[in-house]
Design a protein around this ligand. Structure first.
Ligand code: SAH
Ligand code: SF4
Length: 377
């Protein structure tokens, strides 16, 4: 049927409105919520607290969808990467990173990214669009399907314990959909991941940082990568719009405490940002902000215009931050054999789509895929 609707991604109110639209009582929405988000059930026939005729009626009008898995790869270190295909054919990547007693799903917020940071593979992808709340949620739910982690348990022994918005895209350029998805993820009667276990990484979209603090209060990670406007302008064009002083001002207002610090991500680029005086300037820059650092050895991708700093320089940088009283671990690259590490994500089916798009544009057909320039506004 062509007019079946996906229930994933609807807010509680929207779900109740759907039930009203098919003549059902509002409490049905509560039951459905439990089946969809706590139990992870996608087949209405398995929703056994609903009477059979209702299950059939639901199946006539709705689906509980998941993105299609275009490709699934598992690294020798256990990292897993999904290339997911959405209804319009666009694709984005999701990564699961296992750790000793837990693990994080790294979720994408956009197909590609409009921001063109010079060290990031995602930023070279031309086709860009925002992901919907359903598509953002669908990534996490697909990961849970994959590890059999339904229903949502309340103990600590889970493989998937955390969510990081560090995949493709700039989450604060797609705030509404990200916020909607996260509110569903945090709902205590559904997936119930606490805000303490969610980290949103931003390149520094200053006006949205405040809203994110007020409305979501998840952990914040900031891609800093440079200590002067001159260098940051060069490697992260967004700095021209929101320079360091403005960014720091917004971060000082973000809800933090000593237990919930802002993480400053710092990609180590040889000869660009990795000297001891950079480390000292970094300490000065974040003064007064409850901060910790995450030093990311630069992950190469084909054609990348940088090299990773020498390991000795990275260690010295980390020691200087540590001596100043900060936690500054060096991030271990995970899943590099399957190009799943930070900044390596890019749907490589893009080339095929680009070719298809060119054909269609030549034929005068609008295909609904936004070009980078159109999606920034
Ligand atoms: N757009 C958001 C979130 C996605 S990127 C942001 O920029 O914060 C996740 C992290 O990987 C960011 O800190 C990003 O700067 C970093 N990164 C990008 N490319 C990288 C690369 N090639 N090597 C190492 N880290 C990279
Ligand atoms: Fe976009 Fe983040 Fe990559 Fe910059 S680092 S291009 S903001 S995904």
């Amino acid at each position: 049927m062509s007019d079946v609707k996906d229930l994933v991604g609807l807010s509680r109110d929207e779900l109740a409105a759907e039930m009203a639209a098919i003549g059902e009582k509002p409490f049905r929405a509560k039951q459905l919520w439990h089946w969809i988000y706590n139990r992870g059930v996608t087949d209405f026939q398995l929703m056994t607290t609903l009477a059979k005729p209702l299950r059939e009626k639901l199946a006539e009008h709705y689906v509980v969808g998941r993105p299609a898995v275009s490709r699934l790869q598992t690294s020798v270190d256990g990292t897993r990467k999904w290339l997911l295909r959405f209804a319009d054919g666009n694709e984005a990547e999701t990564v699961y990173i296992p750790e000793d007693d837990r693990g994080a799903v790294c979720v994408s917020s956009q197909v590609g990214c409009t921001l063109t940071c010079k060290f990031c593979h995602t930023g070279t992808q031309l086709l860009v669009r925002n992901l919907t709340a359903a598509e953002i949620l669908g990534q996490f739910m697909t990961a849970r399907d994959s590890y059999g982690e339904w229903p949502s348990p309340d103990d600590g022994g889970r493989l998937i314990s955390n969510i990081v918005l560090m995949g493709m895209g700039e989450p604060l350029f797609n705030y509404d959909n990200v916020a909607k998805a996260l509110k569903i993820v945090m709902d205590g009667e559904g997936i119930a991941v606490s805000k303490r276990r969610i980290t949103l990484s931003t390149s520094g979209v200053v006006p949205m940082i405040r809203r994110c603090g007020e409305e979501l209060a998840v952990n914040l990670a900031v891609s800093l990568h440079a200590v002067t406007d001159e260098i940051r302008d060069r490697i992260m064009p967004i700095n021209k719009k929101y320079p360091l002083a403005e960014l720091m001002r917004a971060l000082r207002d973000y809800p933090t405490n000593n237990a919930r610090r802002i993480t400053f991500e710092y990609v180590m680029l040889k000869g660009v940002n990795d000297t001891p005086s950079d480390a000292r300037a970094l300490v000065k820059l974040v003064e007064g902000i409850p901060a910790k650092f995450n030093l990311i050895p630069f992950n190469k991708w084909p054609g990348a215009p940088f090299d990773c700093s020498e390991m000795n320089d990275i260690r010295r940088f980390s020691d200087l931050l540590f001596d100043a009283g900060y936690s500054a671990p060096i991030r271990q690259p995970r899943g590099s054999d399957i190009l799943a590490a930070c900044g390596q994500l890019k749907s490589d089916s893009e080339r095929v789509r680009c070719a298809r798009q060119k054909d269609r544009v030549a034929a005068g057909i609008e295909d609904g895929v936004h070009h980078a320039a159109a999606a920034t506004s």
